[in-house]
Design a protein around this ligand. Structure first.
Ligand SMILES: Nc1nc2c(ncn2[C@@H]2O[C@H](COP(=O)(O)OP(=O)(O)OP(=O)(O)O)[C@@H](O)[C@H]2O)c(=O)[nH]1
Ligand SMILES: [Mg+2]
Length: 346
């Protein structure tokens, strides 16, 4: 069995380091939050120290088969560490303080992964209640820097199929054109789905903005030039599967080199945590500035959203909570998101 201990700034980084060293089957034995030694430590954020082991055969069988005194001692130590892990990871063991267990259970019910739950609870003071948890959760959600309302903008929405990119784009464009009275143009990068442009044209007609369909990067550049006097140009893209890197590379060929482009990764809050993570990684080559979460009205458990934001550190720009254009959209607000996750606003 290989045992490895690492110190990192946060849990996901530590887990990443351990998986790299020990492989994906590594089992965490213990984790704790520590300060660096000496005076400097007090002025720097706490770090996490995580110990993990890997044995592809059967870690428990190997540990139990040890007969020598040394191995027995090490077995005892390992069991102790596993116990500590349970207290830390799930905070559900009977050893964990009652308050901590309650908070862990609240996060579990919201579908926050146990990994992220452990990391979040490590930074909630012992004995603290729901309010402290809400505050800590709010810190997991960053929002993008405010854009100068007068600035000219080119905004592209990218993401997997059917998450609500076109609908969200229509909501944003309607807000900009009808409420803020800006000159807006819509462009559809139409290389995949029949009907994609028609859907955007309907919205364009209602909002009263031009809609252009382009099918090559050169056509896109031309369209951007054509509408350069417009205040905001929204670029709609057809959904791409995270499992098809070529489709994402193709999209990159369209979008790269556009100066000051704002790219938003649109994700559905109903997607499973692990899938969200894969999608975010697959779309990383497009360098999204922030995410937009859609369909919050369709789920009661927003833990996947917490996981994604915690792990990727991407800011959240907007959330959408229904199909109505233009009403069902709101700028993301960390404390409101935290309240939604904890079910305090439903
Ligand atoms: N309940 C709910 N439905 C939504 C929301 N946003 C979009 N939808 C619906 O989701 C469906 C798909 O929306 P689209 O905007 O066409 O999705 P898309 O991402 O553009 O899809 P593709 O272009 O095919 O990749 C439509 O029925 C929308 O009305 C939301 O916030 N809540
Ligand atoms: Mg669409």
């Amino acid at each position: 069995m290989k045992i490895k201990r690492v110190v990192a700034r946060d849990m996901p980084t530590a887990l990443h380091m351990l998986r790299k060293e020990l492989g994906p089957e590594a089992v965490i034995l213990s984790s704790r939050s520590i300060r660096q030694r000496g005076l400097r430590g007090w002025f720097q954020p706490r770090q996490v120290e995580v110990t993990a082991a890997c044995d592809r055969e059967n870690p428990v069988a190997v540990a139990v088969s040890g007969t020598g005194g040394g191995e027995a001692a090490s077995l005892k130590q390992e069991l102790g560490e596993i116990k500590a892990l349970l207290a830390n990871m799930g905070a559900l063991s009977s050893d964990a303080p009652r308050e901590q267990r309650k908070l862990a259970e609240t996060l579990r019910q919201a579908d926050v992964s146990s990994e992220v739950t452990a990391a979040i609870l490590q930074q909630v003071p012992e004995g603290a209640g729901l309010e402290a948890l809400q505050e800590r959760l709010a810190q997991c959600f960053q929002i993008p820097e405010k854009v100068n309302p007068r600035a000219k903008r080119i905004v592209a929405l990218v993401g997997p199929t059917g998450v609500g990119k076109t609908t969200t784009l229509a909501k944003l464009a309607a807000g900009r054109a009808l409420q803020e009275k800006k000159k807006v143009a819509l462009i559809s990068i139409d290389t995949y789905r029949i009907g994609a442009v028609e859907q955007l044209k309907i919205y364009g007609d209602i909002i009263g903005t031009p809609v252009e369909a382009v099918s090559s990067p050169a056509e896109l550049k031309r369209a951007l030039e054509q509408y350069k006097s417009h205040n905001t140009i929204y670029i709609d893209t057809t959904g791409r599967s995270a499992r098809k890197p070529m489709a994402i590379a193709e999209l990159r060929a369209f979008l790269e080199g556009i100066p000051n482009l704002e790219t938003y990764l649109v994700l559905s809050a109903t997607t499973k945590s692990r899938d969200l993570h894969k999608i975010q990684e697959a779309f990383a080559p497009l360098n999204p500035d922030a995410v937009i979460f859609t369909k919050l009205d369709e789920t009661d458990s927003l833990g996947a959203m917490v996981d994604l934001c915690y792990r990727s550190r991407l800011p959240v720009a907007y959330i959408t909570e229904g199909q109505n254009v233009p009403d069902d959209i709101a700028a993301a607000e960390p404390h409101r998101l935290a309240r939604l996750v904890l079910g305090a606003e439903r």
